[in-house]
Design a protein around this ligand. Structure first.
Ligand code: FMN
Length: 169
């Protein structure tokens, strides 16, 4: 099983990346850090086709499981993650063969906030997008970091979630 984690924090060494490292170890996954990529927002006239999106996305569709990992910013996913999801539209309109490769592929979504309770509705865009794209949604997990490292409860939930993904992919 080849797994890729798409990490959408606005900083490469923050809380979300800590969660990403734990997940990557559990799942033996590769990690893509969106804040190190140059990905513009969606354009109806398909400008910026030469930025990092297409090379990145062509490699993403070769994985069996795609895990979207985003911090909670203002009750929703980060802007970097939203840009990335918006740009999938380019694949449906311009590079359709690449977009079609998402069909039947497994996905999951993980959030990282500062509170133990998940933000209501946070995962709805991931769930509905997976359905629209014909992807198999293996589920969601909310995590948080209140100190500098994830607590035992969060580590346990990450371990259990990783095992579930490995079983179901
Ligand atoms: C712009 C911004 C908005 C945030 N909004 C929320 C929020 O709505 N709910 C929440 O629980 N935490 C919120 N937080 C806290 C972050 O979700 C939390 O600290 C997270 O672990 C940060 O991950 P990072 O270090 O990868 O950015 C916000 C933080 C930032 C920077």
């Amino acid at each position: 099983m080849k797994t890729i984690i798409i990490q959408g924090s606005a900083r490469h060494d923050g809380n979300t990346s800590i969660i990403g490292n734990v997940l990557a170890k559990n799942l033996k996954a590769d990690v893509i850090d969106l804040c190190k990529k140059n990905i513009h927002s969606y354009s109806y006239t398909h400008e910026h086709m030469e930025d990092d999106f297409f090379p990145l996305f062509r490699s993403v569709v070769e994985y069996d499981l795609i895990v979207f990992l985003s911090p909670v910013y203002w009750y929703t996913m980060s802007g970097l993650m939203k840009n990335f999801l918006d740009r999938i539209t380019d694949c449906l309109k311009v590079e359709k063969d690449t977009g079609r490769k998402l069909r039947g592929k497994a996905m999951a979504a993980v959030s990282c906030g500062s509170e133990p309770i998940a933000t209501e509705g946070f995962f709805i865009p991931f769930t509905l997008s997976a359905s629209y794209l014909g992807m198999r949604n293996l589920g969601n997990l909310h995590t948080y970091i209140d100190e500098k490292t994830p607590n035992e409860h969060v580590l346990k939930s990450l371990e259990q979630f990783s095992e579930k993904l490995k079983r179901e992919v």
